[in-house]
Design a protein around this ligand. Structure first.
Ligand SMILES: [Zn+2]
Ligand SMILES: [Zn+2]
Length: 388
């Protein structure tokens, strides 16, 4: 028995023997693009995380995460006395090397860094960089001293300029973080507006998993106002399985990138804003992107009138790994239940629609309650049904 356990543990850490079914498998979009799962904000022991980079990679592979970025704090090394973290690329380099050894060939590993500054600008991630060491500028902890504060901000601007020089995709982390924003209401400063105008800030986290799965309506509004890409990230420090209850159906907050499953295509889609944030059961993004995902996830099958009746029987099918909560806002009511319809992940839900008389075709319209296309505004899903 002990031998078996040792073998299993070894297999787990070499990664060579498992071929796990991804937990989060999404169908393709109608236009042929993939729904690529990405986590662009993670930590390992090379900053203040608690695991070795390979563990970060393996948990992502097991969960079906397609794109994983290592984004260690540049200026904050919690395990400094024990881990040599002077090379700021170490986390990514080890991830790449050990992923190869473990035969994890499909996962796309991205180099990144978290520029960790007082507010403003706060914490900012740069991903798709070549060399994190070039983003490192001194940070004084004496931030209350106006002179030190000015130097800190100047150095933050240098770090962001270095990131831009490497064509990085740069985003504002947890803009609703209480230590930086005590009322929890994200608000851009003139410095942020300037960074956006200078092409040094391209995205914003609307959800961040390290803050107890926080979500910020205000961050979403900032994304809409300034044309920033919408992101959800785990910002994981421990294990995603523990933090987000993955074994019981939970998941880390992640970004769904509407792209082909290649590094270049994902990078391009991020700059183009082709993303949907997935946090808890919610899909958050601009209307066009959320609609694309909804069209891929939900469809109607097996539709016909019940014999000798004007009651139309149909089945709503969900091809995605998250449940959908739909509110019927069409003119018709249902024979088999109320207006609230919940289609579980990869499941089907039967509905019987009372159309009054037999119709050759009609529309069935739902509000999708677990989506947001603007703060506090849901997407609408319209199914076109045919009675013949
Ligand atoms: Zn941070
Ligand atoms: Zn972080």
């Amino acid at each position: 028995m002990m031998k078996l356990i040792v073998t299993l543990v070894l297999a787990c850490f070499t990664g060579s023997t498992f071929a796990a079914e991804p937990l989060f498998d999404f169908p393709k979009l109608a236009d042929g693009r993939d729904i690529v799962t990405a986590d662009l904000h993670t930590h390992s022991i090379f900053s203040d995380g608690l695991v070795w980079p390979l563990v970060r990679v393996e948990e992502a592979v097991r969960e079906g995460i397609d794109v994983l970025a290592a984004t260690e704090h540049l200026e904050y090394q919690r395990h400094e006395g024990f881990v040599n973290s002077s090379d700021k690329n170490a986390s990514h380099s080890i991830a790449v090397q050990s992923a190869e050894q473990a035969n994890f060939h499909d996962i796309i590993l991205v180099n990144g860094a978290e520029i960790t500054r007082n507010f403003p600008p706060g914490h900012v991630n740069a991903v798709f960089i070549d060399d994190a060491n070039k983003l490192l500028y001194p940070l004084s902890r004496q931030n209350l001293d106006p002179a030190e504060r000015a130097i800190n901000q100047e150095n933050a601007m240098r770090a962001l300029a270095a990131a831009k020089d490497q064509d990085a995709f740069i985003f504002w982390n947890h803009p609703n973080w209480i230590p930086h924003t005590p009322n929890g209401i994200a608000k851009p400063t003139p410095m942020h507006e300037q960074l956006i105008a200078d092409g040094k800030l391209h995205g914003i986290e609307v959800a961040n998993g390290t803050l107890g799965e926080s979500y910020s309506e205000e961050a979403f509004q900032i994304a809409l106002d300034f044309g920033l890409t919408v992101l959800a990230t785990s910002d994981i420090h421990g294990l995603t399985a523990w933090t987000h209850d993955v074994g019981s159906g939970g998941h880390r907050p992640m970004t769904l990138v509407l792209a082909r499953r290649t590094k270049d295509s994902v990078r391009e889609a991020l700059f183009d804003g082709n993303t949907v944030a997935w946090n808890r059961e919610d899909l958050i993004g601009i209307e066009e992107n959320v609609q694309s995902v909804l069209q891929a996830c939900l469809n109607i099958e097996a539709q016909e009138y019940l014999p000798k009746s004007a009651v139309f029987s149909a089945i709503i099918r969900n091809r995605c790994p998250l449940p959908f909560t739909l509110l019927n806002i069409s003119e018709f009511t249902f024979q088999n239940g109320s207006d609230l319809v919940r289609v579980l992940a990869h499941d089907r839900f039967p509905i019987e629609i009372k159309t009054g008389e037999r119709l050759s075709e009609f529309l069935l319209t739902f509000r999708v309650l677990n989506t947001q296309v603007k703060p506090r505004e849901n997407a609408t899903m319209i199914f076109s049904l045919s009675g013949e």
